[in-house]
Design a protein around this ligand. Structure first.
Ligand code: FES
Ligand code: FES
Length: 135
């Protein structure tokens, strides 16, 4: 059986939303305590608290790339509060599954999104639930 399904491979080979938003409203970095890989996430948020763009860069493995590609696709169009509820489980579900040893790579994507939202919240004097532990 192949380790990675077609959807994961597709996002790994042709990742969406790679890079950094130049005039980002929030930018955050998160390092995985499991493997030491890093991810940077930048987001653009409009006046209604809606995420209009998201981009990521990672020093991480293929699963981290596929997870962030999927995660950025998912949060574009969401409100900040909806994006804060995006768990790594939902990212994995949307990818159609990840091998057990690669679950933490999707956690990296979830936390990088939270780190970017934390930065946005700080800069705009906003308070959201779900950002505990990011200060
Ligand atoms: Fe090698 Fe994450 S530890 S890619
Ligand atoms: Fe750590 Fe994938 S091995 S992010």
């Amino acid at each position: 059986m192949a380790l990675y399904n077609d959807k994961v491979m597709e996002h790994f080979m042709n990742p969406h939303n790679v890079g950094q938003i130049e005039d980002a409203d929030g930018i955050g970095t998160y390092g995985s305590p499991v493997c030491g890989d890093m991810m940077q996430m930048s987001i653009k948020v409009d006046e209604n608290d809606k995420i209009t763009d998201a981009k990521f860069k990672t020093f991480g493995c293929g699963s981290a790339i596929a997870s962030s590609s999927m995660a950025t696709d998912m949060i574009i169009g969401m409100s900040v509060e909806e994006a804060l509820e995006l768990s790594n489980k939902k990212i994995i579900e949307e990818l159609g599954g990840l091998p057990a040893v690669k679950i933490h790579c999707s956690v990296l994507a979830e936390h990088a999104i939270k780190a970017a939202i934390y930065d946005y919240a700080q800069k705009h004097g906003k308070i959201y639930k779900g950002l505990e532990g990011f200060d």
